[in-house]
Write a protein of this length. Sequence first.
Length: 77
Amino acid sequence: MKENKLAELSMEFSVDIIGLVKQLKSNHESIISNQIGRSGTSVGANIHEAQYAQGNKDFISKHEIALNEASETGYFK
C-alpha cells in the first residue's frame, strides 16, 4: 500500500492521546479522560476507514468526521 502520511500522523496522535488518558486516569480524572480517549482515537480510525471508502462522497465524509473528532478533542485538551 502507498505511504499515507495522514494515516501515519493520526496513528501517532492516537498513541499520544492514549498516553494522555493514562496520565489523567492516574490523577483520578475519568470523565474528561474517557471523552478525550473516544474522540482522540476516533480521528485515526476514521482516517483509516477512509482509505477503503466506497466512492468520493464516503471518502470525504470519513475525513469530515475525523476533522470533527479532532476539533472535539482539541476542545477538551
